[in-house]
Design a protein around this ligand. Structure first.
Ligand code: SAM
Length: 233
């Protein structure tokens, strides 16, 4: 169970109404029952139910069962598309071990707003689903051009472009252990000016994900899969 609270030996963890409903109503736990907790920072901890009520309750942490397992230093940058497909991209990126998920606004981005809190909740659910101890941060929407202006030193960018031919898998295999980011465009792709700027940047590597034009959500999953295969963690 994910809790937004520090975890440690002897730590009391208060439950929200929804968490109490899940643990005591759905899972039928009672005082003394055990549950594994994670918060994305302190690893996995076993806790015991100390108080159980309809609207809340308290858990008491007593033993760490797993340390925090960080994913590879890989960010996913993508231009948000329709709501359900954006949700899908965030969920899959979190499942496949993205360290940070960054929605970016490009020249042809369809949506100008995102619900960052909702997307972060999807990342938490995805981490719960795959038994992870880490939850990637989902950033608020930011402009791609500004992000490129302030690009962090040393991080490389895999620019996925259907007009290119370089192998994404080969690139991922050659660069294990370094800080990377993947960039996926919107339904309309990138403008000529964006494409040119991206290609001219010293930290950019432009690659293909195969001979067919993939929908943006498919492209995000395909790119993450190649990295996971190449990195093996
Ligand atoms: N520009 C296109 C058009 O309107 O015909 C389509 C863009 S595609 C639907 C959305 C994004 O997915 C692209 O900007 C690119 O980042 C990625 N993508 C899709 N297919 C790809 C491929 N075969 N190789 C690399 N990237 C791809």
């Amino acid at each position: 169970l994910y809790v937004d609270h520090p975890l440690g030996a002897g730590q009391s963890v208060p439950l929200t109404r929804e968490q109490a409903h899940y643990l005591f109503g759905v899972m039928r736990l009672a005082v003394g029952g055990r549950v594994a907790l994670f918060n994305g920072r302190d690893g996995e901890w076993l806790a015991q139910v100390a108080e159980a009520g309809k609207r809340g309750g308290v858990l008491s942490c007593f033993e760490q069962t797993r340390p925090l397992q960080l994913p590879p230093d890989l960010w996913l940058l993508f231009a948000p598309i329709k709501k359900a497909r954006t949700d899908f991209i965030v969920e899959k990126a979190a499942e496949m071990g993205a360290a940070k998920i960054m929605p970016v606004q490009t020249a042809f981005t369809n949506s100008e707003r995102i619900r960052q809190d909702r997307l972060q909740a999807h990342a938490v659910e995805a981490a719960e689903q795959c038994g992870g101890t880490f939850v990637p941060e989902v950033c608020d929407l930011q402009r791609l051009d500004k992000l490129l202006d302030n690009w962090p030193d040393g991080r490389q960018l895999m620019f996925c472009d259907e007009a290119e031919a370089g192998s994404a898998l080969r690139l991922a295999e050659q660069h294990k252990g370094r800080a990377w980011a993947i960039l996926i465009g919107p339904e309309g792709g990138f403008s000529d000016a964006e494409r040119q700027r991206l290609k001219d940047l010293p930290f950019t590597h432009v690659v293909s994900l195969g001979p067919r034009i993939l929908r943006a959500d498919t492209a995000a999953v395909a790119a993450m899969t190649l990295w996971q295969q190449a990195l093996g963690d």
